[in-house]
Design a binder for this molecule. Sequence first.
Ligand code: DGL
Length: 201
Amino acid sequence: MHRSFKVGVFDSGIGGLNVLSACIRLAPHLNYYYIGDNKHAPYGNKSCEEIYYRVSCAVELFKLIGIDAVVLGCNTATAVCVQRLREKYAFPIIGTEPAVAPAARSYRRPLVICTPRTAESARLKELIARFPNVSFTVAPMPKLAGEIERSLTCGKLPTIADHLPRGDYDCVILGCTHYAFVRSQIERFYRLPVFDGAEGT
Ligand code: DGL
């Protein structure tokens, strides 16, 4: 692909940096622009209309700088508005989704942790419905992404044991890009394989 190909990566805040870093690793020759809307983060409890409005503002900014493709490095933004954005813009809009398919290939009782808006989304429900033999537990985390976002300024990562559910799971799917910052704590807490959607994106 041409060296001047411009890719805009968006998230509500710092979570999309994990997607950006996967993009840079896999396609280092592209030019990346990042917007993290941390003034309004977290998005996970906001209304769908507000999320759509905020993501649209960022996409408009990307359009102004002549972006060739946009990556939503945010599961919540993808779940809520990727379809609407694809109908509106001519350039490709790539979404981030929980790594349900890779987990379902080998596991039968995955736990999906994600924001409330992602948890209730039709996209996640449809994704999960593709694997009728797998028993997924979807656990909305109303505060975890916000606490991870704030760790940027207060320097202290959240105590994840305060957030995570206990149950009979055989793997964990990170359904929010912010959670990659606490991936090793989640691995230690559950002692289970952890899946992340960044590489897939
Ligand atoms: N990092 C985002 C996600 O993947 C959004 C988290 C939030 O702002 O609540 O869902």
